[in-house]
Design a protein around this ligand. Sequence first.
Ligand code: GDP
Ligand code: MG
Length: 176
Amino acid sequence: ITFPYNEDLMHKTIMVGDSGVGKTSLLVQYDQGKFIPGSFSATVGIGFTNKVLTVDNAKVKLQIWDTAGQERFRSVTHAYYRDAQALLLLYDITSKSSFDNIRAWLTEIHEYAQKDVVIMLLGNKTDMAGERVIKHEEGEKLAKEYGVPFMETSAKTGVNVELAFLAVAKELKHRA
Ligand code: GDP
Ligand code: MG
C-alpha cells in the first residue's frame, strides 16, 4: 500500500553556514523577492518564514528557519537540528574559509541531525564573479563526496533561489 503524501505536514527547514555567507539575504530574497544590501544583524535574523510550494500537484509546506548568531558559537547543536527535515547549507564563493568550514558543518550535521535529513549545498554570491575564489567545480566535487545536491545562487540577483527551495521541496515529497 502506498499512502498519499500528507499535504498538512510542515517541514522544518533550516539555513546553516558561516556568518556572512548570505543565509538571511537568501531567505529574504526567496520570501520577498528583494535584496536588502548591507549586513543583517548577526543576532537578530528574521526568525522563520512559511512557504507553500507545489510538487507533482501536491502542496509541500516549508517552515524555513534563519540561523542567527549561533554560527559564531557553534552552538547550533542537537536541540536546533533535532526536528529539522531539511537543511540549506551555504558558503560564500568569495570566501575560502566559509567553503573550508563546510566539512565541519557536515560533520556536525551528521552528528546531530536526523539520519534522513535533506541537505542542499549552496555556493552563494555568484554575482560577485570578480571576487570568486571557489570554482563551481570545487563546490560540485565536495557535494559529490558527501552525496548531496549542489547549486550556486545569488541572493542579490535571485539566480537559482526559487530553484534551490523547490529542489528541497521535491526531495522532501519524494522521500515521504
Ligand atoms: P548571514 O550572516 O549568513 O545571514 O549573511 P547576510 O544575509 O547577513 O549577508 C552578509 C553580507 O553579504 C551582507 O552584506 C549581504 O548584503 C551580503 N550578501 C548576501 N548574499 C549576497 C549575494 O548573493 N550577493 C552579494 N553581492 N552580496 C550578498
Ligand atoms: Mg543572518
